[in-house]
Each structure stands twice: as structure tokens, then as C-alpha cells.
Write a protein that binds this ligand. Sequence first.
Ligand code: XUL
Ligand code: CO
Length: 477
Amino acid sequence: MKKVGLLLILLGLSAASFLVFAEAPTCPADLGGKCDDSDDWKGEFFAGIPKIKYEGPSSKNPLAFKWYNAEEEILGKKMKDWFRFSVAFWHTFRGTGGDPFGAPTKFWPWEDGTNSLAMAKRRMRANFEFLKKLGVEWWCFHDRDIAPDGQTLEEANKNLDEVVELAEELQKESKIRPLWGTAQLFLHPRYMHGAATSSEVGVYAYAAAQVKKAIEVTHYLGGENYVFWGGREGYQSLLNTDMGRELDHLARFFEAAVAYKKKIGFNGTFLIEPKPQEPTKHQYDWDAATSANFLRKYGLIGEFKLNIECNHATLSGHTCHHELETARLNGLLGNIDANSGDAQTGWDTDQFLTDVAEATMIMFSVIKNGGLAPGGFNFDAKLRRESTDVEDLFIAHISGMDTMARGLRNAAKLIEEGTLGEVVSKRYSSWDSELGKQIEEGKADFEYLEKKAKEWGEMKVASAKQELAEMIFQSAL
Ligand code: XUL
Ligand code: CO
């Protein structure tokens, strides 16, 4: 009983960052008292923070890149094009530091503690200043992160339109575009049984209307992808769940989304983001293999790719590298939500990735995939509750970008050097024989193989050389 209670509390931890401000701090002095409904405060939100530059590995400046050099070419492609980094609006601009045990800890100078439209607009201005100073050209959002919900769908859509107009205006003067947009279908109580897999048909319809609008605004803002993360598409108990019917409903929902996408001429990629559990005990898009099977079963395979999130991968008992390879080998690798979990905790901690070895393995997959475009790397990651300075937002992203850049440099070095590749090709060299070729071409039946086995007798089986592979790998880090 105690264990279950603790689990529920822990499950709430990462969802807490989706919540809107619960407690209103007082109007910050920097805003000159303009906290209520005015959007005329056009000051600098990140005063004193310069445009972040590349200073090289010897730099000790926390507000500079040491490894990420946007214009530098690696394996024939600029670093910025390998990554196409994106900032997640929900963590960076809606994360409060609140958790089930404690109140918000972050009181950014531009926040007034309300969920008003004026606040949403000021936050959007802060977002664009942040992106420009960081040198990132993409951002990701949920509909309800960027604009307040409404009493009715019409009111929610009107709020969204107003903030989207401002975002469009702010985008115009820069190259900044959404990497992807999505609909938030998990916070409102109507979605307690799920959205497309809800036991309530009215909720399915409402979710469809919300996704329709979210696709429209993503398209309007020039977004390159649209993500479906099944916030509550799953079950808590099979005893009261018709899993077959719910999965059929999910497929119908995706079919309708594909039809609408085509109807309005949205050419962005649709992405499914697998996650095994949290908030439900069992999410239907468990991992890459489960999602691929779902897409194949329902004839949706050509219409979707996958957005692999590293912390979701570890929650499903896989490495991020495994999930990326599974997606890639199925022709489904579309985007990465770059973050990591914590080895000792079993929930989605959404930390910025700092493990260079993991980043190197991630980049092996990305390089083999020829990059991710039109996808990219979205930092679906948040500051720790205890990190409360505005500059921490920059430091976290700089560190994440530098980690990935080191991964790219290492992976490129290993690929160019070729020794790791040689270990693998040597391991499979018996397959380069006449018999190997016949088998791979489907030209060897069991009788023929039996004949060969008799002819050859007991064979010598070679070492896998795992430690040698590990030695080559670690020496490149
Ligand atoms: C939840 C998660 C989401 C999706 C978008 O774990 O990763 O932020 O990326 O809904
Ligand atoms: Co994510």
C-alpha cells in the first residue's frame, strides 16, 4: 500500500511541470507594475546575458559553447544541420519547479503569476529572446502551454489564435520556426480516461477538435513536424478496459488526423512519441517496436515516424541507442527528444543530457540515418527544482548542446577512423562467403543447409571481441 502511494506521488513529479502557476508571486519590480493585462512591456527579459558564442574547449565561460560550433562542418554537414536544436516551451517557460511535495520555486522576472493572455504574450516574447540569444532556430510547444485554456473550445481557440499571431510576428524577423507542435490532451479532467482512447465518445470528439486546431496552428507557424504523445492513451487496469476497442479508436483517430493533414496541405511529418508508462500504468505507445507494430497493423506505416525520447527509452528498459536503432531500421527515425533520466529513479526526470558516451551512441544512429531533418533534437528537459537563476536556463541548454556536439565529434572520429567498423565487419565476415550470400538472398533451403553442415563438420567459432570494441569506443571519448 505504502509502495503504491509513493509510486503515485513519484508519477506526479514529472507531470507537475505541465501545471500552470498555482501560487501567484507578487508583481516583479522589473515589470514596473505592468503585470495585469498589458502586453506593452518590451524590455529585455534576459538582461546581462549576451548572445552565446563558441569559444572552444579551453573556455571556462559558462555562457559560451565549448564544443558546439554551429557553422563547423562534420562529415560534410554543418553542426547546426546535424542537430536542428529546439527549446521545449513547456519546460523552459511553463516549468515552475513545483512538485507534489512543494510549491513553485522559479519566479522568472517576466512572470506575474497569472495565466492571463497578456502573460502568455510576454512569455512568448521571452521565448524568442531566449532562442535568439542561445542561437537556436526551433522551438516546440503544446497548444495549452502557449495560451490559456477557455471555458469553451471556441474561447480556447480564440486565446490560441491571439498568441499564435504574436508568435508569427516574432518569427518573421528571424529564421526561428516550430520544430513541432502538439496538443496537450492530458491535463484537463475530461481527459482522465485518455483522449483518443477514452471510454467517452464525447471526449474523443473534443480531442479531435483540439488536435485539428493544433495541426492548423503548427502549419500556420511553418512547423516542420507534429507530435502525438499519448498523454493518457493507455490503461490502469485491464479488468475494466477494452484494450482492443481502445487501440482501434486510436487508429481511427490517427487516420482522421492524416486525412485532415492532407486536406489542409500540411507537409510536416507526423511523429508518435513512445513512452511505456506515466501517467498511466501502461501507455499504448510503449516503445519503438510496439509503436512500429501498431502502425503496421493499422496500415499507417508510411504516414508516421517516431520521436524517440531518451528518458522514455530507459523507462521502457531499453537504452536510447536501442530505441533509435529500432526506429531507424524500420525507417521510422524522425526526431529525438534529447534528455536523460536518472539511473536510480524509475520515473521521467527529464534531465539535460550530460553523458558523452550516451551522446556518442545517439550520434552513431543519427549519422547512419543521414541526419534527422525535417526532425531535430528537442530538449524535452527541465531545470532541477533547486536551480532558480535565469542564467541556469542558458547554462542547462548550453551544456546539453555541448554534450551532443561532443557526441557528434566522437562518433565522426570513430567512423572516420574505421577500427570499430572493422571489428563489426570482421565479426560477420563468414557471411561474406558464397553460403552467406545464398542465405541472405533467400536461396538456401533446409536440405541444402543440412548438406553444407555435413560437408563442413564442426566449425571454429570466433571471439565477439566486445572488450576490444569497448576499448576503441572509450578511447575516442
Ligand atoms: C512527456 C513528454 C511530452 C511530449 C510532448 O513525457 O515527453 O513532453 O514530448 O507532449
Ligand atoms: Co517528450
